[in-house]
Design a protein around this ligand. Structure first.
Ligand code: 5GP
Ligand code: ZN
Length: 120
């Protein structure tokens, strides 16, 4: 396994169950355990990469594939009229799971604002 302490590596290895939405040699997508909208899947590289900061130029192909998969999954799962793709990164981005994941979030109704505007 990539990283035995990583929950998403355990999902890749089949040690923790997940409801899969897509799988190929390099990428896995599965439904978020605590969805914030009717469609909420996480698209991850099978390779353990901790954060976007840690991705190297060699990882750009798999990151591109993850992004390319997002609209296809969104459409198939019921978000055919828009969705949001988010990669929370690091402390400020409040990344909870330390394995890169692309949230694909949507459904039939418009989502709330992305973030509240800060007073300046
Ligand atoms: P983050 O805050 O790191 O961007 O998002 C982590 C996401 O992973 C959260 O939305 C959380 O619900 C989801 N998550 C955490 N553990 C598990 C798990 O074991 N299975 C699944 N399917 N999702 C998980
Ligand atoms: Zn991992």
């Amino acid at each position: 396994m990539n990283n035995p302490d990583c929950i998403f590596c355990k999902i890749v290895a089949g040690l923790i169950p997940a409801r899969k939405a897509w799988e190929d040699a390099d990428v896995l997508a599965f439904h978020d355990i605590k969805p914030v909208a009717p469609v909420h899947v996480l698209v991850i590289p099978k390779k353990h990469i901790t954060t976007l900061y840690d991705a190297t130029p060699g990882d750009e192909a798999v990151l591109g594939r993850m992004l390319g998969l997002a609209p296809r999954l969104a459409r198939e799962l019921g978000a055919a009229d828009g969705f949001r793709a988010i990669v929370n990164t690091g402390r400020v981005g409040q990344q909870e799971v330390q394995h890169i994941h692309l949230h694909v979030i949507g459904g039939p109704h418009p989502l709330g604002r992305m973030l509240a505007r800060q007073d300046s």
